[in-house]
Design a protein around this ligand. Structure first.
Ligand code: AMP
Length: 213
């Protein structure tokens, strides 16, 4: 099963991906997470990516496509995977098509999480992440048990640097200008399904109706 999650920043792609991982037992591949891991480990890729991430811009396609190609060469994807945050424009979608073709794989479904704009901004500005394990919280909707401390690994919970207001607006603008085109791209291929993206349980229910238990 190969699932692509489309949606603006804050649409809830990561939250849905977590639920899908549990349900289908396939890995969650988030290019944002891969870049953040690289930065944490101070790799050259991480340093380069951070320059773009901090401005809310897309990391260049050539680097992003290479990273995905490498990730999809790992053994754990043999039963399928969930892509979150990739592709983000037509160029990346075409690169992905080539990678999939090489492996003889086909996309099962592209789920577009269509969250309204006011909700996106609210979710991103309240989002907090664990500085160590990356677990995601929200100051209103998903509080930590102890303020500012991760429930899982007890490290400090912080705001992502690119979740500040200015960067968020750039990220949403880039989504509107580039990523939204993918809705038509996959619709024309007959692969697209839309879900409402208002609450996590409702969105999940809609996703299950599309993909099955
Ligand atoms: P995300 O965690 O998906 O919100 O991504 C955080 C940031 O990582 C984005 O704002 C981009 O700067 C970068 N990024 C993640 N995925 C991609 C991608 N597919 N193409 C280019 N840049 C990306």
């Amino acid at each position: 099963m190969i699932i692509i999650l489309l949606g603006a920043p804050g649409a809830g792609k990561g939250s849905q991906a977590e639920l899908l991982v549990k349900r289908y037992n396939i890995p969650h591949i988030s290019t944002g997470d891969i870049f953040r891991d690289n930065f944490k480990n101070e790799t050259p890729i991480g340093k380069l990516a951070k320059e773009y991430i901090d401005k809310g811009q897309l990391v260049p396609d050539s680097l992003t496509n290479d990273i995905v190609r490498e990730r999809l060469s790992a053994k754990d994807v043999s039963n399928g995977f969930i892509l979150d945050g990739y592709p983000r424009n037509i160029n990346q979608a075409e690169a992905l098509d080539k990678i999939l073709k090489r492996f003889g794989w086909e996309i099962t479904r592209v789920i577009n999480i269509a969250t309204p704009l006011d909700l996106l901004v609210k979710r991103i500005s309240g989002r907090r992440v664990c500085s160590n394990c990356g677990a995601v919280y929200h100051i209103e909707n998903k509080k930590t048990k102890h303020e500012g401390i991760c429930d899982i690994c007890f490290n400090p919970v912080v705001q992502r640097e690119d979740d500040n207001e200015q960067t968020v607006l750039t990220r949403i603008k880039i989504y509107e200008e580039q990523t939204k085109d993918l809705i038509d791209y996959y619709n024309e291929k007959g692969l697209l399904s839309n879900v409402s993206g208002i609450t996590i349980p409702q969105t999940d229910k809609e996703v299950v109706e599309i993909l099955g238990e």
